[in-house]
Design a binder for this molecule. Structure first.
Ligand SMILES: [Zn+2]
Length: 320
C-alpha cells in the first residue's frame, strides 16, 4: 500500500469560505475545517480575531469583511502562537496586536521552527508565502484577563486565559452581551484536534470547564462550522473533551503497560477513527498528537519544539 502523503501536504484544493454575521457587528469566517477567523465592531474601530497564515490570505478575509464595515482595525487578537493563525498579521494594519504573555514567549522560543513546520504540513494555507514579512510580535500581552471597551453602547470584548490547553498560551474572546465566544483551538466543531503542543490533562479538565462556564450561546471554534445555540455549544465542547479523553485513555493504557509509541498510535487510531476519522485533519494530526501525549505521560513538562525534520521522523514512525 502507498504511504499516506505527509500531514496535509496533498490537500491542495481551496475550501469555500463562508462569512457569517453572528450578531450586530459580529462576524466569523469559516472554511470547512480550515482555521476560522472573526471580527467584532467597536463604535469606530474593529477588533479582529486571528490573522491567517499569510498577508495575502488575510487580505481575502479583509475584502469580505469590507463588504460589511469600513472601520479601521485597532486590535488584532491572536488566540495562540501557531503560524497559520499569526503570520498574516501585517495585512491588518492593526494599532495593537494582543496575545497572552506565554504566546509572546513561545514566538520568541520557537516561532521560526513552527513556521517551517506548519508550512510543510499545510502548504495550501500559505497563500503567497513570500508576502510574510517575518515573525509576528504581539505589542500588548496579558496573563489573565483584558477587556477591550467597544465604545458607544456596545459593551466590551473580554479576553481571557482559561489555563493551559491546546498550547501554553491560548486565550478566548468573549462578548457578554451577545453571548458569543471565540474559542480559538481550545474547541473544535466537527474537526479533529491538533494536540502536538498541548497539555492534555489540563485541557480535558479545568481548562474546558472554564470555557464552558462562559455559558456561550454561539461559539466559534478553531476549525469547523459556528456552533449556534446552547446545545450546539455544549456538543462542540463535549466532543473536544471526548477526543482528549479517548486519547488519554488509549495512549495512557499502552504507556502504563510499557508498550511502544507505535502501539499507542494504533490503539488511539482504532478508538477514534470510527467517530472522527472522516473529520478534517484527523490523519494529519494524530501522529503528532500521540507523540506529544506520550511525552506528557513520560513526564516531559513542556512540548518539544516541532521542526520540519522532527515532523517527518514522527510521521514515518507512526503514520503509514
Ligand atoms: Zn493551533
Amino acid at each position: 500500500m502507498a504511504r499516506r502523503a505527509f500531514a496535509s501536504s496533498a490537500d491542495l484544493d481551496d475550501k469555500p469560505q463562508t462569512l457569517e454575521v453572528l450578531g450586530d457587528g459580529v462576524y466569523a469566517l469559516t472554511a470547512e475545517g480550515d482555521p476560522n477567523v472573526g471580527a467584532v465592531e467597536g463604535e469606530d474601530f474593529l477588533v479582529c480575531f486571528e490573522a491567517m497564515a499569510t498577508p495575502v490570505a488575510a487580505r481575502g478575509w479583509l475584502d469580505r469583511l469590507r463588504e460589511h464595515t469600513g472601520k479601521p482595525v485597532r486590535f488584532l487578537v491572536l488566540s495562540h502562537y501557531h503560524a497559520v493563525r499569526v503570520l498574516g498579521a501585517s495585512a491588518f494594519g492593526a494599532e495593537v496586536i494582543v496575545a497572552h504573555d506565554n504566546t509572546r514567549a513561545l514566538i520568541a522560543e520557537r516561532g521560526r521552527q513552527d513556521w517551517e513546520s506548519e508550512y510543510a504540513r499545510m502548504p495550501r494555507l500559505f497563500k503567497e508565502p513570500a508576502s510574510i514579512p517575518g515573525l509576528t510580535w504581539p505589542t500588548l500581552t496579558f496573563s489573565d484577563r483584558l477587556a477591550i471597551h467597544l465604545g458607544g453602547d456596545r459593551g466590551e470584548l473580554v479576553l481571557r486565559y482559561c489555563g493551559r490547553g491546546h498550547t501554553e498560551g491560548d486565550i478566548v474572546a468573549w462578548l457578554p452581551r451577545q453571548k458569543v465566544l471565540f474559542a480559538g483551538d481550545l474547541v473544535e466543531t466537527r474537526a479533529a484536534l491538533y494536540t502536538g503542543d498541548a497539555f492534555h490533562r489540563e485541557w480535558a479538565a479545568g481548562t474546558l470547564d472554564r470555557v464552558a462556564a462562559f455559558g456561550a450561546e454561539t461559539l466559534v471554534g478553531g476549525r469547523g462550522a459556528v456552533a449556534r445555540g446552547p446545545d450546539a455549544v455544549a456538543a462542540a465542547i463535549g466532543q473536544t473533551r471526548h477526543f482528549l479523553r479517548v486519547l488519554l485513555r488509549e495512549v495512557g493504557a499502552v504507556h502504563e503497560r510499557g508498550g511502544t509509541r507505535r502501539e499507542a498510535f494504533r490503539a488511539a487510531h482504532a478508538a477514534l477513527a470510527g467517530r472522527y476519522g472522516g473529520w478534517p485533519i484527523f490523519e494529519h494530526c494524530l501522529p503528532f498528537d500521540v507523540a506529544r501525549l506520550w511525552d506528557e505521560l513520560s513526564g516531559v513538562e513542556r512540548p518539544a519544539v516541532w521542526t520540519a525534520d522532527r515532523d517527518r521522523a514522527v510521521w514515518d514512525e507512526l503514520q503509514e
